[in-house]
Each structure stands twice: as C-alpha cells, then as structure tokens.
Design a binder for this molecule. Sequence first.
Ligand SMILES: *[C@@H]1O[C@H](CO)[C@@H](O)[C@H](O)[C@H]1NC(C)=O
Ligand SMILES: *[C@@H]1O[C@H](CO)[C@@H](O)[C@H](O)[C@H]1NC(C)=O
Ligand SMILES: *[C@@H]1O[C@H](CO)[C@@H](O)[C@H](O)[C@H]1NC(C)=O
Ligand SMILES: *[C@@H]1O[C@H](CO)[C@@H](O)[C@H](O)[C@H]1NC(C)=O
Length: 769
Amino acid sequence: MASFIVSSVFLVLVSWHCLSLISVRVSAQTSPVFACDAATNPQVASFGFCNASLGTDARVADLVQRLTLQEKILFIVNGAGSVSRLGIPKYEWWSEALHGVSNVGPGTKFTGLVPGATSFPQVILTAASFNTSLFEAIGRVVSTEARAMYNVGLAGLTYWSPNINIFRDPRWGRGQETPGEDPLLSSKYGSSYVKGLQQADGDDPSRLKVAACCKHYTAYDLDNWKGVDRYHFNAVVTQQDMDDTFQPPFKSCVIDGNVASVMCSYNQVNGKPTCADPDLLSGVIRGQWKLNGYIVSDCDSVDVFYNNQHYTKTPEEAAAKAILAGLDLNCGSFLGQHTEAAVKAGLLNESAIDKAITNNFATLMRLGFFDGDPSKQPYGELGPKDVCTPEHQELAREAARQGIVLLKNKAGSLPLSPTTIKTLAVIGPNANVTKTMIGNYEGIPCKYTTPLQGLTTSVATTYVPGCTNVACGTAQVDDAKKAAASADATVLVMGIDQSLERESFDRVDLLLPGQQSLLITEVAKAAKGPVILVIMSGGGFDVSFAKNDDKVTSILWVGYPGEAGGAAIADVIFGYYNPSGRLPMTWYPQSYVDKVPMTNMNMRPDPSNGYPGRTYRFYTGETIYTFGDGLSYTTFSHKLAKAPTLVSIPLEGDHVCRSSECKSVEAIEQSCKNLAFDVHLRVQNRGSYGASHTVFLFSTPPMVHNSPRKHLLGFEKVSLSGKSETFVRFKVDVCKDLSVVDELGSRKVALGQHVLHVGSLKHSLTVGI
Ligand SMILES: *[C@@H]1O[C@H](CO)[C@@H](O)[C@H](O)[C@H]1NC(C)=O
Ligand SMILES: *[C@@H]1O[C@H](CO)[C@@H](O)[C@H](O)[C@H]1NC(C)=O
Ligand SMILES: *[C@@H]1O[C@H](CO)[C@@H](O)[C@H](O)[C@H]1NC(C)=O
Ligand SMILES: *[C@@H]1O[C@H](CO)[C@@H](O)[C@H](O)[C@H]1NC(C)=O
C-alpha cells in the first residue's frame, strides 16, 4: 500500500520530538485499505482502472493487462499482494459475518476503537423465526457495521457468509451455522441475508455494500464423525438428491440473492473434489446460474485435495485443475506457490489466470475499492458510532425472541406471571453463560445479557449451576432440588456448547450429556411450581424423558440466542413476547443414530435395508419433535378461502402424454410455464394474546419418482392481535412449486392427486392434462 510505504519511511526519519508526525502514523493505522489513492500517488489519475467513469469491464481489463504473470498470481490467494507501482495495496479477502461481524477471519479485528459488534443469534435460531424480513434486516445491520469497521481499517469488504448447507444429519457440528434441513427455508434465508448484506443504496444495481459468499458448495455436511473427516470424505450423492436437496439453496443464492461469491468445499462429491470439478464450478455456478462474482476455495481445499486426497500427482497439476475448473481465489497459499510452475509446465495458460483475477477485481471494483478515498464515497460517513447502536442491539434481542421455539407447555405453566411468581430457581450449566450464547463464527459482542441476568430483571432468583459444565459428569442434585422446592417456579437452562458440537467435531449421539437428564428429572420431582426446561444448542436432542414427564411443564429450545439471548428468554418466559419460532429441523430419537451412519448421504429411505431416510421430507419414523413444530400462548385456526381442485396443464395435441399414459410431465414444457394459482387462507387468532404466526403451505405429491412424502411450498409469517383474523395468500407456480425431481435430476410435475396441507387442514388438488 502506497500510503504505508510513505509513512513507514517517515517513521524511520522521525525523531523523538516529532510527536505530531507520530500521531499521523498512528491514525494511518485506523484508515481503510483501498487502491487508486490520488493523495499519496498522483500517477493513479492516469490509470484507466482508477477511472470511475469507465465501465467495470473496461477498468478490470485495463488493470489485468498492466500486470506481469508473477503479479497476477498475487491476486488469486486470500492474502492478496500489493503492486505499489500501480497504487494497489495488500488486501485480505477473508472476513466472516455469519451472524454479526466476526473476527474469525484475518481480515477483521476488534480494538479499542471498535471493541465489539452486534452479535445476533446463531443462524439456526434466526431461521426458526421463519421471517424473511428479519433475515434481511439482520444482513443490513451487519453490513452497516462491517462498512463502519472497514472505514477505520478494522475489517474487509468481502465476507464468507452465509453457510447454507442443508442440515442433513442431526449430529453435524456445524448444523448450528445453517438455516436447517429444508431446501426452501435455506433458499429464502440465504437469498434474504445476502440481499441485506450486499444491497447498496443508490441506483447502481451492480454496486455492493459488502460482498457475501454462499458456502460450502456442495453436499458438505460432515465434519468429523467417528474418524471420518471432511478432508477425506467422498460424499456419494444421487443425482436426484443433488438436485432436490443439496443444490437448491446455492441456486437460489446465486439467482435470487445475486451473491458475489460461492465457496467450494473440502469434500469430494462422487469421487471429485468440488474445487476441482469443472462441471460443478464452470458448468453449474457460472454456466447455468450465471454467477456475477468469484468462486473461492475453502481454506485450503486445494492443498487438501492434493495432500490429503492425493487427487493429483503433482502440486502443479492440482493448481491447474482448480483454476481450469473455475476456481478464482484460493483461501490459503497453495495457488500462490504452485501456479507459476503450472504455467511454465504448460498445464495451464496465463489466460486462465486472467479470467480468475478478472472475477476477483470486478468484485472489488463493485465494492468501490478502486475508487479512491472511501470517506468520499457511499458509506464513507459510517464509523465506530454506527456499531453496537441501541437499535442494532435491540434487533439482536428481537431476532432471538422471534426464533425461540416453545415445544411443550402444560396448561397453566407458561407464561409466568411476575405478579404471582415472586421467586425463581434458575438452574443449569447454561443458566449464566455468555460466550456459549453466540455459538461459532462469532465476534466480540457489544455486551451480554445471560439468562440469569435476563430473568433477574423480572423476579428474585436463586442460582444453582447444577453441573460444573455442559458435560455434567456428576450433577450436584441436592442444592438444585432445594432451590426448586422453595421457589415459586423453576427454570433449568441445559443443553450444550462448542465443547460438544462445533466445526471439526460432530456428535455421536442425541442424548443430553452426562447427568443432565438426571438433574432435570430430580429437580422436576422436587419442584414446588412449574418447571421450564430451556435447551440451548444448535442440534436437536432426544428429550423424550422430559417430553413425557408431567413434572416438566414446559420445554423451550433457544438455539444459541446471541448477545441478548438472556433478555429474549425472559421476554418469552414472562410473556412480554408470545413465542412464534418453529423448528427448522427434525429432532430424532437416539435410536436414529444407531440405524443411520452419518456418512450415508441418501435422503430417501431404502426399504431393502431399513435405512429410514432423512428430514421431514423423507423420514417416516418416530420423531421427538418435527420440522415446523412450535407452540404459542394462543391458538390459531386456518380456513381455506380459495384454492382450485383441478389444474390442467395444456399440452399440445401431439404431446406423447396425449396418446399414452404419463405419470408426470417435464416442468420445463412450454405449456406449464407461467401456470399458477392462488391459495387464500383465513387465519384467525382465537385467543386474546397478540401473536406472530407462521403459516406453512405443504404439499404431498402423488407417489411417483420416489418423491418426498411432503414438502414446503411456501411460508408466511403474519402478526395478529388477540381475537383477530387476516388473509394469507400464496401464489403457487405449478412447475416451480408442485414439481419434484426425478431419478435423473429433471423437474417433473406429477399428474394426479396432490394434497395441500396447512396445519391440520388438507385440500386435494388434481393436476391433469
Ligand atoms: C476517464 O474516462 C472518461 C471516459 O472515457 C474520459 O472521458 C476521461 O478523460 C477519463 N479520465 C481520465 C483522468 O483519464
Ligand atoms: C493454451 O492455449 C493454447 C493456444 O490457444 C491451446 O492450444 C492450449 O490447449 C491451451 N492449454 C491449456 C492447458 O489450456
Ligand atoms: C453471571 O454471569 C455474569 C457475567 O459473566 C457475572 O458477572 C455474574 O457474576 C454471574 N452471576 C453469578 C451469580 O454467578
Ligand atoms: C418480522 O421481522 C421484522 C423485523 O424484526 C418485524 O418488524 C416484523 O414484525 C416480523 N414479522 C412478524 C410477522 O412477526
């Protein structure tokens, strides 16, 4: 960076009395990294790539042709190098913002100037809100804080978030980072969050506020299970599962969310590392979906497929394969070390590198990186005052409230009334936690409100940890029982933390660890008043012991609820907020993990060997709780106001299905394009409590092509005051929404009877020709 070089020279020359120059040097460390700085390098004015009145393509082309091969290679790794003769500083591509600006990537730091950023709930809980405007609102706050930190030199412009992999198996240590098990919810979450991060003010749609990245492409959802790790795992995936489960969130992220980047994963899919697969990268992401942006490897997938998977004989071949497959940027240093030799060996042409850096530079250009001083550009006014504002922190609390799921509530248990409940026993290893609440890919939060602190705001509490940590080797049952026996109500805050589910660490079973269930059962037996079990976790548990125990009067799942989690938990427990979260994933019984190896990627059941299948779309076995479960302090009724009973696909007279029996027709047929119908519902809040309520529209297609037993067509969250009603309208596109993927990966609309479900309401719809 030109300004750095100039100021370091000053530092050397500065003598002890030049205090003013020293302070200039210090303030230089708090300024953003950018290229084309006319103040320090007047020559930049003559460079075409610095000329903001030219189009992006022309500017990028101008820049690329000025670089030597060695210089080009500096720009295909995350720690990008500088070219001082062109006024281009070093740039660190790797920043993270999964649920708030994070310092997990080297591109972002917290200092005295910005000591923390707003830490929203871990994604799995935000997803449980089923509120797409919330997903986008969080993205907007995160990108505002990111820009504010960039402006003072503490953060980058490129964020490798969100993680939109399907939460395929309940044991996955990173399931917490995802929006759950359903492709539609994951698609809506991904595209909404990405819009919130990326969409810039002003009329230039190509402009980016910050650049997001959907990861990890694709079929990546195993970290380390019984010795099988992600660096060596070959995910064997059928074409059908690929196209109706693993790919849809990525497709939506690129097409609907317009994301600026996709990250390829560590694992192989059907024998090929994803970062070396030209069909998956150039073919699908860039060819079919038309990504406008760059493809980045996980850190360092290229090294992994060479050194761990031995996919190529030489490192040069690995470098060439990755770039030729369509990889633009390597998180890691592998391409920096081996690409020049690969070119010299004739394994790849310089033009392939030009293509990669063109995608990378174009992204930085859209971010304004080559437009000179950021303080004179959009978002230039943002600074430390815009991080952790009261509004941002309130949204973190609101997001947690909206996500918290009430799973069980015996009449008269919740909400607790602060006028009748005067004392509360607060028990459990997660009852007074801070960092546990923010999960992984976290930052430093603005502040924490622990569950104990949140609850203590409303009533007098007695706190007993009950276990020394979540592993709960030996529970201290007696103190806990004593507290519960003398308090008007008891809240047990149990569950796990990153010591038991995290990146590189999958669970092996689904039971609460150690003596947690013993503690819960014993406390419930001894308690004087209602007993509220709060489970803090990413993944679900087999809590049938508590579900079936009458003494455990309520169960709440609170995910990892973020910096304000404790306040939100208290809001729900005392009824200041009526819970509206719904589970974004199935909770299986412990027996599930005995039957299902985590390594089996198949979504569909296999009756020949008793394999039960995965997620609510395919699994028909016993569940503890299921996708979409969640109670309110009020009840709702749904009535169908409008829906067709028959839809005809107008096929041409000579169509093959006119002369012979067809079970389905291609969803791309001209005739079924733009064929849509409305479903209108009258939704009534029957109680007096105001509430938010998510209306789910599911469909069960006819039994052809091994189709899902049920799948989500749409969801809409509405807000209803007590004793009021509203209309909810769904537009159902026959080809897009009613179709299923066949065995070969083609979308087909099944002919025959489809059943639409809304709650317990069922409606039959015949699709004919
Ligand atoms: C920037 O590009 C515009 C459009 O081509 C041109 O008119 C202008 O002279 C250029 N500015 C500089 C400083 O070269
Ligand atoms: C490099 O370019 C030449 C000339 O266009 C072409 O014949 C050759 O196949 C290319 N090599 C690679 C490895 O792509
Ligand atoms: C609860 O946690 C907070 C924050 O870490 C701490 O300040 C407080 O002392 C703890 N309270 C108890 C009773 O341990
Ligand atoms: C969805 O979230 C937004 C942002 O917090 C909120 O204003 C809105 O009320 C929520 N919608 C419902 C139906 O709860």
